[in-house]
Write a protein that binds this ligand. Sequence first.
Ligand code: ARG
Length: 459
Amino acid sequence: MSGKPLWSGRFSKEPDASAHRLTESLSFDVRLAPQDVEASVAHVRALEAAGLLDAADAKALEDAVREVGEEIASSSFAFDPSDEDVHSAIERGVTERLGGLGERLHAGRSRNDLVVTDLRLWSLAAGERVAADLVDLLEVLRDRAREGIDGILPGTTHGRLAQPVTLGHHLMAHAFGLLRDLERLEEWAARTSVSPLGAGAIATSTLPLDPEATASRLGFAKAFDNSMDAVSDRDFAMELLSVASILAMHLSRIAADLIRWSDESMQFARLDDAFATGSSMMPQKQNPDPLELVRAKAARPASAFARLAQVLDGLPLGYHRDLQEDKEPLFDSVDTLEASLPAIAGCLATVTFDAEAMRTAAEAPELYATDVAEALVAQGVPFREAHRKVGGLLRLLEEDGRTLGDLTPEDWDVVGLPQGPQLLDPEHAVSARGMHGGPSHQSVQLQLETLERALATRR
Ligand code: ARG
């Protein structure tokens, strides 16, 4: 190894190559360089305000920190094989530029408060990008739901014919889940906007630093309340992973619906070629690979949550190197969302829904069996009795190879429901469900208005 680690003062040996390979984090935490630069500049200003740096030195330090950041961004920075992590690499770069002045940078701070400051800044910026992608996806769902407000299709439970719904109703069901994700993300961000800088290694510092001023310089809502908590806490990372897991699960369920709707047995939807792939062997194929990957990649944030939870479980307070394992699950989960969200939005924006095929499938008479039972209830028949009656009728019809659709007006008179044929009419059945939250035109219209209000405050 060429350079010496930052902490080499009391050491007689350099780390063994195997120890270095195990402990280094530069290979993945280099993406925190922009945040490390901002946190370092804020710390320089804190040292200046504390009277530990004069204005000229503070300016020189800030310039050097920013220069190193720019070199890292443009891939021209010369990393040293001894660099343990992005924090030590940046400090080394500054010290090589400024000599003795560079050695003043780390006064009153530790990598323990620095790393978690960087990670909070990174997470908050990532959360904003994910929220923006989420808003884009919600706008696509809103538009497609509006278009499909009167498109009737079979609603299924257990994957089997249940009751009629509309495309607008179904797409809005996905939208409300995503809207909760957006709210969760916002609540998480408010809780995460706490600066740990100034907490030092565990017990702050004897130097007259002002963590509140540093917090506001970095755009955090406030500074830490307790320095030991500040360096030990990774709740914000677990919470982001939990929000990401739920969001990714929602995306996987949208993907599952689109896969099912576009398969040969349903043909309710046709995927755009730009969101499908072909087979290397079978020329006829249009496969939903992007959707399948959105579905499968939901495993990543969920397992990332479990992974970080295991790292943190039973870990005593104070910094431990174990905490270095917080970053990769977080990076991978955010990368996954940033790959999945635009793809599913694009897929939904371009998919062609086949209203005819959906409407035809919605003519299956069994979808209206509940409506028949409820029509009896409206006449005063107890529901259980109505359920038994309709069930018995269905059994008799089935034995005959017939369905409710084969009943004549005379048959319906016998059942005591002269309006029977109308009960089997898809449009009638949907508009009869005018109650709040349902599939009827006016119900979905209200749902769209709720979504529109939520989006209006976020644009
Ligand atoms: N690379 C470390 C991390 O990611 C930075 C903190 C190191 N602190 C220490 N005391 N070894 O957590």
